[in-house]
Design a protein around this ligand. Structure first.
Ligand code: ATP
Ligand code: LTN
Length: 336
């Protein structure tokens, strides 16, 4: 593990919930950006299982998905020597700080969060306290590590803003304790939309399996899903607000090929939608194939995965414990 000798590196924190197969949205909006960051920053990348249970999970599946996500992080190139890769519930400080932050969070502000409103609609039979507390737990995650930057997709910006508010509120009330974090959102590519309804973000929990491309989809499935993607009736391949379906496909193409939007538009100019969709599907499938092979190899080596997660949790715990004791002292909890 690299020690920070000399100049202190800035800290990056992010996480993904083990709630289903990851989509290419999660890959582009989250994990792929982490690869660049791990070389420059002190990084903590978690598997957010505490967040996952805010909607009902099958226990055996949650366990399996947690390990699959760990293997996926590694297969995508997250290096456990460079960052702390761990499971959120292995570090109890997350839940402890969340409790304290709850006492600084107003019910009004929590109930105004867009994701809470969306998820309450989607899971109307299970609007539990955890669902509303979700962003406070996220603030606890971030603030425990004195995080400077939080790389997330555009949909999580509001939650990072709440973390900033809570950090400032705590610091104002009890004295300087937390660093105020900033979201790190990649422009343009940050939001990959559903292939069936380009007004919605692509989501791993969408009921329509054709709406999302999963990192676990095989080549034929990827190509078939792109073939079925919703477009429009005119035949121009350009990125514009009037053409959300085509713009989304172009965006995905750019994100997976490394081309700029104008290069992509130029190379597809005059092509029919069918060939265009095939080209997008192929470029995505080419990127996914080696990741899938590596994930499979890693999943067969449970001993190694367990070691990585244990090491990650130990490293995370060291930092988290420091912040949490400071918080407990400031709040006035009696300590020897
Ligand atoms: P769920 O459908 O279960 O709510 P999700 O697909 O929205 O899940 P999360 O676990 O909530 O995924 O998000 C993990 C990370 O992926 C976050 O940083 C989030 O911003 C990012 N992300 C999720 N969906 C997209 C998307 N469509 N485009 C870009 N980034 C995304
Ligand atoms: N809610 C996040 C996952 C997450 C997270 C975090 C992201 C949990 N804790 C802390 C950044 C920082 C999501 O992406 N849906």
């Amino acid at each position: 593990m690299e020690e920070n000798v000399g100049i202190m590196k800035k800290t990056v924190y992010s996480a993904v919930q083990p709630t289903g197969s990851l989509t290419i949205g999660n890959f582009v909006g989250a994990i792929r950006n982490w690869l660049r960051l791990q070389n420059e920053y002190d990084c903590y990348f978690a598997i957010a299982d505490l967040h996952a249970i805010t909607v009902r999970q099958e226990p055996a599946e949650l366990r399996r998905r947690t390990l699959e996500l760990a293997a996926l992080y590694l297969a995508c190139g997250i290096d456990p020597e460079k960052c702390a890769l761990y499971v959120q519930s292995h570090v109890s400080a997350h839940a402890e700080l969340c409790w304290i932050l709850n006492t600084l969070t107003y019910v009004g502000e929590a109930s105004r969060m867009t994701q809470f409103k969306d998820k309450s609609q989607k899971h109307a039979d299970n609007i539990n306290m955890g669902l509303m507390d979700y962003p406070v737990l996220m603030a606890a995650d971030i603030l425990l590590y004195q995080t400077d930057f939080v790389p997330v997709g555009a949909d999580q910006k509001q939650h990072v803003e709440l973390s900033r508010d809570l950090a400032e509120r705590f610091n104002g009330r009890y004295g300087e304790t937390f660093k105020v974090p900033e979201p790190l959102i990649v422009k343009g590519e940050a939001r990959i939309c559903s292939l069936q309804d380009p007004a919605k973000k692509m989501s791993k929990s969408d009921e329509n399996p054709n709406a999302s491309v999963f990192l676990s989809d095989d080549r034929d499935t990827v190509i078939r899903k792109f073939k079925r993607a919703v477009t429009d009736s005119d035949n121009r391949i350009v990125c514009s607000e009037e053409k959300p379906g085509i713009s989304n496909l172009l965006n995905i193409y750019c994100a997976f090929s490394g081309h700029t939007m104008s290069e992509a538009e130029a190379s597809f100019s005059g092509m029919g939608y069918g060939d265009f969709k095939l080209a997008v599907g192929e470029v995505v499938a080419d990127v996914l194939a080696p990741i899938q092979a590596e994930q499979k190899r890693l999943l067969a080596d449970k001993k190694y995965l367990t070691e990585v997660l244990q090491g990650g949790a130990e490293r995370a715990f060291k930092t988290a414990r420091r912040t949490l004791s400071k918080v407990c002292r400031k709040v006035g909890f009696y300590r020897e």
